[in-house]
Every structure is written in C-alpha cells, then in structure tokens.
Write a protein that binds this ligand. Structure first.
Ligand code: DSN
Length: 472
C-alpha cells in the first residue's frame, strides 16, 4: 500500500534525523504520541497544519535577512523577500490592516517592536530624530543622555495580570514594567468584567502615553471602540495585543466594536494560538507607524526567521479560507459548552462564563490551589495551566485558578457534546482531590486518575490528531 504524502514526508524527515541523532528523532515521535493522547486544554496552544509544520524544516532557516523586503543588509534575499511579502499580504487581507510586519519571533518581540515604534513616534526628542535620519555619529554624549532621559519613564496603562492581562503589558518582572512608568486597570470585583468608566478614570488621572488592551486570561470580549475613545480623550496611543484571540478576529467572530484592527493605532499578535500558525509574532498598524515598525530588526529583533515567515504565509493563507470562519465559531461554541458543563456541575467560573476561547475556573470552590488542581488534572491526562484569578490570595505562583481553552480540541474536531464530557472529567478530578500539607501538595486516588485518563483517551479516540500522519 502506498503511503500518503504527509506520512511519507514526516517518515522521511525522521529517517534523515535518526541517522544523525536518533534520540531527537525518538523525541519528535514521542511528542506526537503524547499530543495524540492528551486532552490539551491549554488556551494558548493549538495544532498547526502539516503544511505549516513542513514549511519550517528547510534551507530558509539558513538565510540571514536583516532589514525589510527589498532593503536588506545581506545579499541574496530575493526568496526571503517573496515569502515575507506573501505573509504580510495575507495578514493585511485577512485582518484589513494597512501594514503588516511579520518578522517578530514571538509575542513579546512583537510588543517590544510596537513599544519602540510608539516611543519613537510620540516622544519629542531632537536627539532621536537625529539618530533616525542616520546621523548617529553626530550625536554627542549630551544627545545620548537626553535621548535616554526623553525615551525612558514614559507612561503605560494596561490590564493587571491578575485580572487577565499579560505580563508584557507592564507587569514588573517583565521589561515592560521596568522601562515604563506603569499603572494597571483591573476588573469589577463583583462581575469580573472590565469597567470602562474605571479605565477612563484611570486614564484621566494617569495620562498614559500608551493604553494597552488585550489579555491572556480574560474570558470576555473587549469593546475596542470604547477603549479607543478613552485613549483619544487623553491623547494616548491605543495598542491592542490580540495574541490570544487573533483567530477569532481572523474568523470574523469578533467584528465591529470587538475587532481591534479598525480601532487601535497598533495591534500585535502571536501566530500560533487561536490563529493556528507557526510559533511567532506579528505587528499590524496604519501608515503613520509603519516606518517605525519596520525598524523592528535590528532595533529590537535579531535576524528574521525566514522559514517561520514562510510558515506564517502558509498558515495565514489557510486562515483566509472560508472554513476558518467556521473553525473560529466552533472554538467559541465549544468554550461556551465547556463553561455551561462546568457551571451545571457547580464549578465557580470567573465572570460566570465566556464569550471567547477560554474559561477561567476559580478552584478555591473545590478547596484547592491552582497548583494542586493543575497537577491533579495532569495526573488524569488533562493538560491545563494554573492561572491567577482577580485579587488572587495565592499569588501568581500557586494561584487559585485553572485556565482552559478550546482552540486545540476544536482543531481535532471535538464538538459541544464532547465539551460536556470534558467538563464531567474535570469536575470528577477536582471534586475528588483534597489539599495536602502545602499549597503544592494534594491527595488524589491514583486509580481514579487512571480511570479518568483512560476516559480522556477514549474521548479523543474518535478525533485522531493528524489523521493522515502515520509514522509507522
Ligand atoms: N504564554 C502565553 C499564554 O499561555 O497565554 C502568553 O504569553
């Protein structure tokens, strides 16, 4: 029997790798087996298509291409130009953006590119202007000192980490919390929702240079029209980090006030979460910031990764197909079914439900910390991650929450009926786990963990991952 193209491609690749370092080939095979067997509910993960994966394993990886399309610091970049331009073109069409910069290697890189583009655009600095017209050698020591003083200590207002914001939005352990004078807005203590009046009040008081919206653990839609009005009222640049929900924007589930692209001055994203592309980042903006954004490499980034930009072009082409909109809608339908399944079993959810791809469980209702719950679920074949809940008494390490998301299981084909079964498995584990003598320790009958693990595998058996890939 002849093998299909995908099996042939991956088998051949592993054979070539095995000839050099068999342990790596084995680990790659083992990773596929693990991913096939586990109920992956990590909200920021997904499964890229075989075409996207295969696009990353080739000689594009060997090429240096600092600069931008048609304007490189290295010779021989014509093929890199082709794939970078294609990825940018697909991104612009998909999101309706005037400009797309597809070089960032990750979400934090994309955010740094955006921060520096905004600083360079907004901060009045004669020294910076000199530097940017390539008179760097004319800058005196005093100019450099002025430049550092003028660019530093600018103000950023972003969503707090424990309300679901991301650590790159000004959280102290991240560089954004050190380079900016930062303040955060939270959520309403009763509803768990963003209170736009409070955001406006904080903006009026603080007068930030940058207002950031976007989240990694907020289970609701954000009204970007209102956020832009708030930014405009204080003269702030409005930046949205849509890393988590880019797939929902691409799939036109988030439209109108909930689509960040028409409302924000600048939008950043990763490409591997709900967007289902390769690991990487991207920046979208209007013409005003385009030149500054294109300085991302070498300003902030190392040399671009042409093999990943090529894979971004492939994944973005996939996201432009009509079936991606159906996929995006199913992600949200599944998250809502999962939330309903948990609520009906008595689980406490932050904000009482979801409007996007993620659900945030407050596991204090089960008497557990997030750390205990995360590990008990993992023992039972359910992969999640712990996450702080608003005003979390257990802090960001132990936490009181579990964040779950549906992009990956939706890619596998699981639907709302399977979400209810998933809710049952999660509730069974959490309700049978008791806290141990520390915030990390817990007691769970191994027989029960084993039973749930088997049930999870049975649930997944009807939805094979990479069904066309047979590694033999
Ligand atoms: N690590 C990603 C997440 O899990 O949300 C964001 O950086």
């Amino acid at each position: 029997m002849s093998l299909n193209a995908e099996s042939t491609a991956f088998r051949s690749a592993l054979e070539v790798i095995r000839a050099v370092e068999p342990r790596v080939a084995d680990a790659i095979g083992a990773e596929l087996a693990d991913q096939r067997e586990s109920l992956k509910l990590i909200a920021s993960e997904n499964y890229a298509s075989p075409a996207t994966l295969l696009t990353m394993g080739n000689w594009f990886s060997d090429k240096y291409a600092e600069g931008t399309v048609g304007r490189r610091f290295y010779a021989g970049c014509q093929n890199v130009d082709t794939v970078e331009a294609l990825a940018a073109e697909h991104a612009k069409e998909l999101f309706g953006a005037a400009h797309a910069y597809v070089q960032p290697h990750s979400g934090i890189d994309a955010n740094l590119v955006a921060f520096w583009a905004i600083l360079a655009d907004r901060v009045e600095s004669p020294a910076l202007k000199k530097a940017q017209v390539r008179q760097v050698n004319d800058l005196t020591e005093a100019d450099w000192f002025a430049l550092r003083r003028e660019l530093g200590n600018q103000r950023m207002l972003g969503m707090s980490l424990d309300s679901g914001g991301h650590l790159t939005h000004g959280f102290r352990p991240n560089i954004s919390g050190k380079m900016f004078d930062q303040r955060s807005y939270g959520t309403d203590p009763v509803t768990g929702l963003i209170d736009y009046d409070r955001v406006a009040e904080a903006a009026r008081e603080f007068k930030p240079l940058i207002l950031v919206a976007g989240y990694s653990a907020y289970p609701r839609k954000v009204n970007f029209r209102i956020m832009r009005e708030i930014a405009d009222s204080v003269g702030a640049t409005f930046m949205v980090d849509m890393a988590h929900f880019a797939g929902l924007v691409a799939g036109k589930v988030f439209t109108g006030d909930f689509d960040p692209v028409p409302h924000a001055h600048i939008v950043t994203t990763t490409t591997h979460k709900s967007l289902r592309g390769p690991r990487g980042g991207m920046v979208l903006c209007g013409p005003e910031l385009a030149d500054q954004v294109d300085r991302g490499c070498p300003m902030v980034l190392g040399g671009p990764l042409p093999h990943v930009m090529a894979a971004k072009a492939v994944a973005l082409a996939e996201a432009r197909r009509p079936d991606f909109a159906d996929y995006a809608q199913r992600i949200v339908d599944n998250a809502q079914a999962l939330a309903e399944g948990l609520l009906s079993r008595g689980t406490k959810l932050v904000t009482g439900g979801t409007e996007n791809h993620l659900v945030l469980l407050d596991v204090s209702g089960y008497g557990l910390t997030g750390r205990q719950a995360e590990q008990a679920l993992l023992d039972s074949g359910i992969v999640t991650n712990r996450n702080a809940v608003p005003q979390d008494p257990n802090g960001a390490w132990y936490t009181s929450g579990i964040r779950i998301g549906t992009p990956a299981l939706t890619t596998r084909g699981l639907g709302t009926a399977e979400m209810d079964q998933t809710a049952e498995l999660i509730h069974t584990v959490l309700s049978q786990t008791t806290p141990g003598e520390s915030k990390a320790k817990y007691v769970l009958d191994p027989a029960l963990a084993d039973k749930v693990s088997k049930q999870a595998t049975e649930l997944l058996a009807g939805f094979p991952l990479y069904p066309a890939v047979d590694l033999g």
